[in-house]
Ligand binder design. Structure first.
Ligand SMILES: [Ca+2]
Length: 198
């Protein structure tokens, strides 16, 4: 499916941009700006799915909790956009129990408007340097979707949460919670595909 809406449905001032086939660029697409790489993304069988990628440093809001906060950092090479976010201080402080995430975990939100419903996967591009800073929580609309661990010392890499979710059209927000302080997140993608964007 050719998705002519791809660059029109840019979300509400939050850094989210659609990616898919764009008439102006044709299959394969070309990078349109420093923050967005346009790639072909097949829609689902019903033709309802859209895909988005957001630079983690373009969050909508940031909420510090228990002396920890996500901050924009540029130290680790290999990030895209203008940096990545890291839960600091990076002392490995854990928030590993799902039901208590809201009480012990600093978090970022990414607000966006979904034009059509669909089944979506969440992906995050993440880096970690030790086994005490290699996990995070990622969820939708304030609910912890699931946590994911990251391979250490290999630079930024995509991680895909295992369970897709059916989302309605309209306003939503992705939540990024700290699980182990120090983890570094470069990009987040909401995608119809179980494989992350390039
Ligand atoms: Ca980034």
């Amino acid at each position: 499916m050719r998705c002519t809406l791809a660059l029109v449905i840019v979300a509400t001032g939050c850094g989210f941009s659609g990616h898919g086939t764009v008439d102006a660029t044709g299959p394969g697409g070309e990078a349109s700006d420093a923050l967005l790489t346009i790639v072909d993304t097949p829609a689902d069988a019903a033709g309802l799915a859209f895909s988005y990628v957001v630079e983690a440093e373009t969050f909508t809001s940031s909420v510090p909790v228990m002396a920890h906060a996500w901050q924009v950092v540029t130290t680790t090479p290999g990030y895209l956009g203008t940096g990545y976010v890291q839960d600091l201080p990076g002392n490995g402080f854990p928030c590993v129990d799902g039901p208590t995430v809201s009480a012990c975990s600093a978090y970022l939100t990414y607000a966006f408007s979904l034009p059509k419903p669909g089944m979506y996967y969440l992906h995050a591009k993440v880096a970690a340097t030790s086994n005490s800073d290699d996990s995070f929580w990622l969820g939708m609309d304030g609910q912890a979707w699931e946590n994911a661990n990251v391979l250490q010392n290999v630079g930024f890499q995509w991680r895909t949460l295992s369970t897709p979710k059916m989302l309605t059209s309209g306003s939503h927000a992705i939540y990024l919670w700290a699980r182990e302080a120090g983890v570094q997140v470069d990009r987040i993608a909401l995608d119809a595909l179980p494989t992350p964007p390039p």
